[in-house]
Design a protein around this ligand. Structure first.
Ligand SMILES: Cc1ncc(COP(=O)(O)O)c(C=O)c1O
Length: 353
């Protein structure tokens, strides 16, 4: 079997991608002279204004270095003593943050079972028996991931229903939007779509992802409920997310938010996942679900195909026992990368059938 040369991009994660040239140019352009540190600079002011344009005049934005840091900052400012965070058993905060929320917040995570990576309002109602009982951590914050760790999406109505239920039960709502751009792109790619998923739906605090969508590194915690932002300047420092040279994080976001680049890049990543689905869904041995809405696919493959394929072009396992893997596209995945990858998949599968 002769395989083509491996694609230029892996299909492992959007974290594997580099930074967009316009983001790099913005960092270079911001690299002039001395400016005030810790966010008292023009780039950060511009960035905060850009987020106000997206979310409305009362939105308050706090930049952070990492997605885990953004989530911890958001949750730390939302939780009261003895409260717990409600999330799914797939959520990044429960599974992939090395226990950072538990350690740093000193709070329990109630990670509810989910087959689609989403929470449903009934699950929140079912927690009401905990409320007011002194022996139980009190459900205080609901944390949703958008788009989810399983590549699914909450619709605006679903987010609104969760917010309504959470607020009725006295909880606030956080969205881990490490891939919010992919969700917005899937729902039409407009500012109206972003708002319908967040501020209009009643979300209190959003972790707005940048790193997976073309930044060198940077995330933003956007407070849509401005009361919760009061302590954020202090808590950000405590949880080690206050950048002294904040201009460089801000400059990256300014480039990403300029002229809709964030939507363009996420739309492209989603389209590349859809193309990969079309090219592989009918191959003998590939078990794929429906067309992806965002930038990840979770195929089941013949066990014997996985290692040779991965050796040729890297990707991660998802569920080893069922031979399920994850293929993820990124802002810089090209049509050619997808075509070559699909050709390699077909060739390797042909040797297994
Ligand atoms: C859903 C989700 N949230 C947050 C993050 C951010 O994590 P990190 O701390 O690695 O930037 C990730 C990264 O994989 C993620 O998938």
């Amino acid at each position: 079997m002769t395989l083509p040369p491996a694609p230029r991009c892996s299909f492992a994660s959007d974290n594997f991608a580099g930074a967009h040239p316009r983001v790099l140019d913005a960092v270079v352009a911001a690299n002039t002279g001395h400016v005030m540190a810790y966010g008292a600079d023009v780039h950060t002011a511009e960035c905060e204004a850009r987020f106000r344009e997206l979310f409305g005049p009362s939105a308050q934005t706090f930049l952070a270095f990492t997605g885990t840091g953004a989530n911890v900052l958001a949750l730390a400012t939302m939780l009261k003593p003895a409260q717990a965070v409600v999330c799914t058993n797939w959520s990044h905060i429960a599974v992939d943050e090395t226990g950072a929320p538990e350690r740093i917040l000193g709070a329990k995570l109630i990670d509810l079972p989910s087959v689609d990576g989403k929470l449903h309002p009934e699950q929140l109602d079912e927690l009401s028996h905990l409320i007011g009982v002194i022996h139980h951590a009190q459900p205080g914050v609901v944390s949703l991931t958008q788009s989810t760790e399983l590549g699914t999406l909450y619709t605006p109505d679903e987010v609104a229903a969760l917010c309504e239920t959470a607020h009725r039960l006295g909880m606030s709502v956080h969205v881990d939007g490490a891939r919010i751009a992919n969700a917005v792109a899937a729902l039409g790619g407009t500012v109206a779509a972003l708002r319908s998923l967040t501020v209009d739906a009643g979300v209190d605090v959003l972790s707005f992802g940048g790193t997976k969508n073309g930044l060198l590194g940077g995330e933003a915690v956007v407070y849509l409920n401005s009361e919760m932002a009061t302590v954020a300047p202090f808590v950000r420092k405590q949880v080690t997310q206050l950048a002294s040279k904040m201009r460089f994080v801000a400059a990256q976001f300014n480039a990403l938010l300029d002229d809709g680049l964030w939507i363009e890049l996420a739309t492209h990543a989603n389209e590349m996942a859809a193309l990969l689905h079309r090219r592989t869904v009918d191959l003998d041995g590939v078990e794929l679900g429906a067309l992806p809405r965002v930038n990840s696919l979770f195929p089941r493959l013949p066990a014997a195909a996985i290692e040779p394929l991965r050796e040729w072009c890297f990707f991660w396992d998802w569920e080893v026992s069922t031979h399920q893997v994850r293929w993820m596209t990124a802002w810089d995945t090209t049509v050619d990368d997808v075509e070559v990858f699909a050709e390699g998949v077909a060739k390797i599968l042909a040797t297994c059938n």
